[in-house]
Design a protein around this ligand. Structure first.
Ligand code: GLP
Length: 245
């Protein structure tokens, strides 16, 4: 296991219980996470797994696919999905998950939010009920440049459950890098809420590169700030941060 250490002394006390794993780069970060997942599977402690999308997760899923990890008894939930984008559209998170993971590894059950649902409120309630019934053993997270987790943008209620979210202009701009030039980038999404994420037994967040510097710096300040959703993780009792920052 890679070197693990707590936040340095002098930072807010609430950071003390956070496991902060400093790595060289995202490849090493993906290795550490893969090792954590392997340990949990071996301990029979990973039945329900919350998955994330985004560039950060690509090396992680590559390593899982190349590994002998057995997910056949694991149920998954994805964090979020764009509204109005079909699963066949290669910008959908459903497509991303198929391409990077689900087409290559068998899982017990896969749960995704349906951004094409006729009634989005009903869809959110359906998903939240499933989460309540199944209970996440572990939720994986990336982070947005503005500190968003899943699609919980700055200012989102800490009590939020799965809901329809409006994306900030910044997020739409950042995410447009995955779309073809001129293609319309969705500005709404369905997302697990901050409370839905906080309900997970364990949380592991990955953040690499300069773009994530501000969000990680806010976390290190040790104060929960609604303008930086990532900081709510300070209130969770089992969080691991894997980062090169
Ligand atoms: C999107 C997703 C987040 C993800 C973020 C970071 O906004 N909704 O769940 O953490 O992107 O993406 P990337 O890993 O590509 O930087």
């Amino acid at each position: 296991m890679k070197k693990r250490f707590k936040f340095e002394k002098g930072l807010d006390d609430r950071m003390e219980h956070m496991n902060y794993i400093k790595v060289e780069n995202e490849l090493e970060g993906a290795e550490v996470l893969t090792e954590i997942i392997g340990d949990l599977l071996a301990q029979n402690a990973l039945h329900v797994l919350g998955l994330a999308t985004g560039g950060t997760m690509i090396p992680v899923y590559q390593q899982w696919v190349a590994s002998s990890l057995d997910f056949s008894q694991v149920t998954t939930f994805n964090l979020d999905e764009y509204v109005g984008v079909t699963p066949e559209n290669e910008n959908s998170y459903a497509y991303f998950m198929d391409q990077h993971l689900f087409n290559h590894k068998p899982f017990k059950e896969i749960h995704l939010l349906d951004g094409m649902a006729q009634d989005l409120q009903v869809e959110c309630a359906r998903y939240e009920q499933l989460l309540t019934d199944k209970k996440l053993d572990l939720q994986l997270l990336g982070v947005g440049e503005n500190g968003h987790i899943a699609f919980n943008e700055p200012g989102t209620s800490f009590h939020s459950t799965t809901h329809l979210a409006e994306l900030t202009e910044d997020t739409v701009t950042v995410n447009s890098r995955f779309f073809e030039p001129g293609e319309l980038v969705p500005n709404t999404a369905l997302t697990m809420g901050i409370q839905s994420i906080m309900n997970a037994k364990k949380i592991v967040l990955l953040a690499f590169g300069e773009r994530k510097q501000a969000a990680i710096a806010k976390l290190k300040e040790g104060k929960v700030d609604p303008d930086w959703p990532i900081t709510k993780l300070l209130d969770h009792e089992d969080v691991t941060i894997i980062t090169d920052l």
